[in-house]
Design a protein. Structure first.
Length: 202
């Protein structure tokens, strides 16, 4: 659990007063540790949080709503687009009392239910998609881990993955904030184009 100590500090500070954050945090860690997960684990949450902290390092305090959205955005993950996001947001709303931060966090999560709107996801969505813009070895490692989460045939996976890649590349932009756009847009498009070309050869 040592790796989770830094995560817990940020989680605790984002949580509303009056709730004991530890059991809620441990429940989330348990969810992100489910045996079928290979990419959407606690390490993905940590990566998203680090992306966010790096993006705002010159702006001062964190936004609790963004932090909460990062922690809950894949709390439910069965590989069903739309349903996973909605159920993750529902889970957050079932734990946290009504507040502006809860409403905003749940809205951020639900907004990511379709990658057709990736260019308008906002900073939380940009953090989630940042892996697309990493150097090719890390991108390929992430792709392999996501593939391992799907118990489907290679033919089925390849067709679905190609559709996803083509739809992302057709967007005017993938990252909605200027910081993420400047750092990751070009490489994300290069990575996805390379993967799509490889799929076309299979």
């Amino acid at each position: 659990m040592n790796f989770a100590k830094g995560l817990y500090w940020h989680f605790k500070n984002a949580m509303p007063v009056g709730l004991d954050p530890l059991p809620i945090f441990l429940d989330l860690v348990h969810r992100y540790s489910e045996p079928h997960r290979r990419y959407h684990t606690v390490l993905h949450v940590e990566d998203c949080l680090n992306e966010y902290l790096n993006a705002i390092k010159n702006d001062g305090a964190t936004d609790p709503a963004v932090v909460l959205a990062i922690f809950w955005h894949d709390a439910v993950y069965q590989g069903v687009s739309g349903d996973d996001e909605s159920r993750s947001a529902d889970l957050l709303e079932g734990v946290l009392p009504p507040s502006a931060a809860r409403y905003s966090a749940a809205s951020m999560i639900r907004k990511t239910d379709s990658y057709a709107y990736a260019g308008s996801f906002g900073i939380m969505g940009d953090c989630d998609l940042a892996g697309l813009g990493k150097a090719w070895p890390e991108y390929e490692q992430n792709r392999a881990r996501i593939r391992a989460e799907y118990r489907v045939s290679d033919a089925y996976w390849n067709a679905g993955r190609a559709k996803f890649l083509a739809s992302m590349l057709a967007l005017p932009r993938i990252f909605s904030t200027e910081d993420f756009y400047g750092r990751y847009e070009a490489r994300a498009r290069e990575n996805m184009s390379r993967e799509l070309a490889a799929l076309g050869e299979k």
